[in-house]
Design a protein around this ligand. Structure first.
Ligand code: FES
Length: 116
């Protein structure tokens, strides 16, 4: 399987002063969070009942994101729900280069260890 390439994230940059911020990747809306260890993206709509993850809160030392509507909580590493078995959110690696932010899916990479 080929390694996923990075895509520049429109509408957001390292100069963006307010996170979370909306962007998109491959036509899908994402929300970019700024964590203590860097940026991370998640799908825009909560997989439970479609609440916007713009209102999501970082938790567990910025390793998880919690939807405020019914407090479903997802790991930013692989998107798995921690208090909602069977639910999973799409997560995206986000990196900064020259002031621009680039993203790529992290879920698919997590399914193919060694693909990096
Ligand atoms: S809509 Fe997000 S937990 Fe219900």
């Amino acid at each position: 399987m080929s390694e996923q390439s990075w895509s520049q994230l429109p509408g957001v940059s390292a100069e963006t002063n307010k996170f979370p911020a909306r962007s998109s990747i491959a036509g899908e809306g994402i929300i970019v969070f700024k964590t203590k260890t860097g940026y991370r993206g998640v799908q825009r709509a909560c997989p439970h009942m479609k609440a916007t993850m713009m209102a999501g809160e970082l938790t567990a030392n910025d390793t998880m994101v919690r939807c405020p509507l019914h407090v479903f909580t997802f790991r930013l590493s692989d998107g798995r729900g921690v208090n909602c078995p069977g639910f999973e959110i799409k997560v995206y690696e986000v990196k900064e280069e020259g002031g621009q932010l680039y993203g790529r899916s992290a879920n698919e990479l997590s399914l193919t260890p060694g693909a990096r």
